[in-house]
Design a binder for this molecule. Sequence first.
Ligand code: FUB
Length: 330
Amino acid sequence: MNKIARHLVKHIYTADPSAHVFNGKLYIYPSHDIDAGEAFDDLGSHFDMEDYHVFSMDAPDSEAVDHGVALHVKDVQWAEKQMWAPDAAEKDGTYYLYFPAKDREGIFRIGVAVSNSPTGPFTPQPDAIKGSFSIDPAVFKDKDGEHYMYFGGLWGGQLQRWRTDHFNADEPESPFAHIPQDHEPALCPKVAKLTGDLLEFAEMPKDLLILDKLGEPLKAGDHNRRFFEAAWMHYHNGNYYFSYSTGDTHMLCYAIGDNPYGPFTYAGVILTPVVGWTTHHSICKFEDKWYLFHHDSKLSDGVTHLRSIKMVELQHRPDGTIETLDGMME
Ligand code: FUB
């Protein structure tokens, strides 16, 4: 197995790569990192991105071609700033770009923009998806053609402020307010089926439970295993794999279930910590192999908010588990 992780883009900084194969070609939808001059804080204010570029690849070893700006925050009526990790989907020849951004009240919402090309430009809907909140949308197409969105992120991603059906604005500067105590169940990522036109939630978002081997929900104090951000879903050999970042412990982990809603049982680490604070990924089959797309801050000598996307082969073992990859590999 080829365990060389290759940086795909060097002329701009990119992060949070969501990869999909549409019509036999690989498309990557990453964040576009810039240095906007915001100081580092635990709310992620230094991630002040403004637009998205889409990249395409003809083969696993070919170069990633930059198709230019696909969507800019100035063109999104409801959004003010912080265009964080996006994802994309396709249905009947139409392409959908899903993205989180802060609205004018400082609340993260998730928007969708539409194009007749996988590389855009994308035209945003006038409003964010009704009932959407927090960050890191990942859209999964199931075997029966239904689409599900997985989302959520702690601290700057504001998931902890949505423990009821409304945004809790108390203690606005603290990323740690509203986080459950260590002995309590961890906050869950969210899942919602999308409507047939892929523009709205077909249902209220539900909790996606991650259980330990004894069937107990992971605890908030289980920092090495509990969900933090960067949801992704893939399906392989009868298993649904929900993967995610543990945030402050910098791991990419996965949990296995038998349907898109779960529950999922924690199964292990996909990628050990990389250079940089954040870790974020997607998993995609291209031609006949599975690949992990992720990022690190090696090319910026460790600057947290200047990241570069990478690609490496991923191996599912015959028993359904995934081989752990070393985040420091070249
Ligand atoms: O890129 C901004 C944020 O950093 C993402 O939304 C998180 O997943 C983390 O990668």
